[in-house]
Design a protein around this ligand. Structure first.
Ligand code: BDR
Ligand code: CA
Length: 344
């Protein structure tokens, strides 16, 4: 197994619609020494925003992490009615997993303000990750148009480039829920020095979690345990969540497996070398009657615009899983010997 390179720690702010694979992404961030998690924004998407917020708070508490503020975002997209995906992520967003009601409360300020506060607190340093609809980030840009200059890096899970959609024949879920927000975020990064990294389904659907990989995670987390009992608290929650996600993918005719979209974004945010990207101008279809929410990369310069995003086009899934499993299993092992860890 390849040893995971560990770079310097960076302040990280993550915007999620937790969501089974968002939860897996959070677990990866909790487990990663390069991530100094300074805040979590909750976005309406896979489930309603209050469920998302509850899931984020509950996951932090499950993992004994204090000092990471969680903020509630807008209840609805910028201009479209909210759609949610309980069929994909379960009634509360975490599949079959059940977490106790969290004791902590969300911040008094909203998720858009949380983005701005985090960027101002760490100018030029903050690594931003968005694995849900971009509603909060678009609203944050209205309050602070200089966000693209203030961030060190932005990694977005969303879109689908020269590839099928998962919500309509051509549109990916995060973009499809709030196409206007996506369009505004892409546009805002046009003059940024650091191009955002955009990971669409063309890339993330190559990263396939299987029951065998999930068993490997459980075994590495707790080599002594009977695997069927899943005694480790974090692994039990992730396994119960993933079981629902596997079943959903199977119901779609894809097999008993699941695409780990959001953990790839988390991993790439901490180590962009994990993916190969191609620069391109990107945009979102807002008006097409059949194609609303479709993302387009202008690889050939037809629009005459400078490239303003780096589109992920290749990843080594085995390298990703080696790193994911090593880190999350190691972190889960520590939870068996509880003791609060303060990320503030
Ligand atoms: C994206 O949609 C959501 O359901 C997942 O959490 C992921 O962020 C994939 O299209
Ligand atoms: Ca998500």
């Amino acid at each position: 197994m390849s040893a995971a390179p560990v770079g310097p720690a960076h302040p990280v702010f993550v915007d999620v619609d937790t969501g089974v694979d968002d939860a897996m992404a959070l677990a990866y961030l909790f487990a990663s020494p390069e991530a100094d998690l300074v805040g979590i924004a909750s976005t309406a998407g896979n489930v309603g925003v209050h469920e998302v917020c509850r899931n984020n708070l509950a996951l932090l508490e499950l993992c004994g992490i204090t000092g990471v503020p969680v903020s509630t975002g807008s209840e609805i997209p910028l201009s479209a009615p909210l759609r949610t995906a309980e069929d994909t992520h379960g009634p509360q967003g975490l599949g079959y997993a059940e977490l106790p009601e969290p004791t902590a409360a969300p911040t008094s300020y909203d998720a858009a303000e949380a983005w701005v506060r985090a960027a101002h607190a760490h100018p030029g340093e903050l690594v931003g990750i968005a694995t849900g609809p971009l509603t909060n980030l678009a609203l944050a840009l209205r309050a602070e148009p200089a966000l693209p200059q203030l961030l060190r890096r932005l990694v977005i899970m969303g879109g689908s480039f020269d590839y099928r959609g998962n919500t309509t024949p051509v549109a990916e879920w995060n973009t499809s829920v709030d196409p206007e927000a996506t369009q505004q975020v892409y546009a805002a990064w046009r003059d940024a020095q650091e191009l955002p990294i955009v990971l669409g389904l063309n890339l993330t659907e190559t990263v396939v979690m299987t029951p065998a990989l999930l068993d490997r995670l459980a075994r590495e987390a707790d080599p002594q345990a009977d695997i069927r009992q899943r005694p480790n608290p974090l692994i039990r929650v992730l396994s119960d969540a993933m079981r629902f996600y596997f079943e959903f993918h199977e119901s779609q005719g894809e097999g008993y497996l699941a695409h780990l979209h959001d953990p790839v974004a988390a991993a790439v945010a901490l180590d962009p070398e994990l993916v190969t990207c191609r620069p391109a101008a990107v945009d979102v279809e807002l008006t097409g009657t059949l194609t609303r929410g479709m993302t387009i990369a202008d690889w050939s310069g037809h629009w005459g615009r400078e490239p303003h995003a780096l589109i992920g086009v290749d990843v080594d899934p085995a390298a990703f899983f080696d790193r994911f499993i090593t880190r999350v299993a190691g972190f889960a092992r520590q939870l068996a010997h509880p003791g609060p860890s303060d990320h503030s």
